[in-house]
Design a protein around this ligand. Structure first.
Ligand code: FNR
Length: 337
């Protein structure tokens, strides 16, 4: 069976890759609310290369654990197997392929980050640095497309000039990638800048592969707005980051749920998959935003364990019994701090 055809990127609403946010609990929450595809946070290739694959029977997950300290590099489970796309940070075709081969049977697709403007990525020749090295970018993508049984995509930012952008995307598409994610801002533009929806539209008109529009969070306040953004960009699909980070029920067709309900559901996923307290806290902080200033928010900020966090949403008993259960089943391995 040709597994490449399995994941179809047309007419999809997608959880965008977000560092620290796109870990397993958030991805499962997004799927539960109606997202069709979920991207992981960007994971740097060498982090995978220094990890070991472990089946975690207590949690029912597959874990990639750092060889030296046992921290979780990537945790996934059967529920997301056909919908999870791992986003890799890489600047090297061979290394990218080695990693992709390691994880190919556990995931639905691989994406290469070609949009990250952070100094760490740029200095390492990764992320948006690849936009100015189209030959290298193409080599990475061709290498993966030729050798993998799962679809390959990449996520870019737009260039200043529309002709350069169109040339670049034609080049990238020529490698045989299954879809192209486009954040409609340039490397130097920040989230407060207008997203270049018109540029995304021109890209979509120029390519035959599905284009996934991104950058619309400022315009998206409801489920319906996702489709307005899609219309405006003339894209096949939409990828949502910041709105989903703040309230993941944006993917819910029947309308958004209140924040406490969303946090409670998120915490259930975090407990069920033994997410680290620090990552859980970070994600909840991003949902609470200014509510961290309230008395309850301040109490939350003092929490250090998962059980303490859960207590604020009356889930401490659930958390306690689950954690006991995991201990009984034989430990989960070292935790990510
Ligand atoms: C991001 N973004 C991002 N992009 C990417 O390709 N890989 C990543 O790991 C991350 N990490 C990340 C973390 C956080 C906290 C945020 C807010 C954003 C960028 C993101 O995927 C998206 O391109 C932009 O946020 C624009 O889309 P929205 O937010 O307007 O929907």
């Amino acid at each position: 069976m040709d597994t490449k055809s399995k994941l179809d990127y047309r007419n999809k609403i997608i959880l965008a890759p977000m560092v620290r946010v796109g870990t397993l609990p958030m991805r499962l929450l997004a799927l539960g609310y109606g997202a069709d595809i979920v991207y992981t946070e960007e994971i740097i290739d060498w982090k995978f290369l220094r990890s070991l694959r472990r089946i975690n029977d207590a949690l029912g997950t597959i874990d990639y654990l750092d060889k030296s300290d046992g921290t979780v590099v990537f945790r996934t489970c059967a529920k997301e197997k056909d919908k999870v796309v791992v986003q890799l940070g890489t600047c090297d075709p061979e290394r990218a392929l080695k990693v992709a081969k390691m994880i190919e049977n556990d995931i639905a697709g691989i994406d290469i980050n070609m949009g990250c403007p952070k100094e760490f990525s740029l200095k390492g020749g990764m992320g948006a640095a690849l936009l100015s090295k189209p030959c290298k970018a193409k080599l990475i993508l061709s290498m993966l497309v030729k050798n993998l049984s799962i679809p390959v995509t990449c996520k870019i930012r737009v260039l200043e000039n529309i002709d350069d952008t169109l040339r670049l995307v034609q080049d990238l598409a020529s490698t045989g990638i299954s879809a192209l994610g486009v954040h409609g801002r340039t490397i130097s533009e920040r989230p407060q800048h207008q997203n270049r929806n018109e540029t995304i539209r021109m890209i979509a008109e120029n390519l035959t592969i599905p284009v996934i529009a991104n950058g619309g969070s400022r315009e998206i306040e409801s489920y319906k707005d996702i489709f307005k953004f899609k219309e405006e960009c003339g894209s096949s699909s939409v990828m949502v980051a910041r709105v989903a980070q703040g309230n993941c029920s944006i993917f819910r067709k029947q309308g958004m749920e209140d924040l406490d309900t969303v946090i409670t559901k998120y915490l259930k996923c975090a407990v069920d998959y033994d997410n680290s307290p620090s990552n859980t806290k970070y994600c909840v902080q991003n949902m609470l935003k200014s509510l961290q200033e309230t008395p309850r928010g301040k109490k939350f900020l003092e929490c250090q364990t998962l059980e303490q966090i859960c207590a604020i949403w009356n889930m401490d008993k659930y958390c306690h019994s689950k954690q006991l259960d995991y201990q009984l089943k034989g430990n989960l391995g070292r935790r990510e701090i």
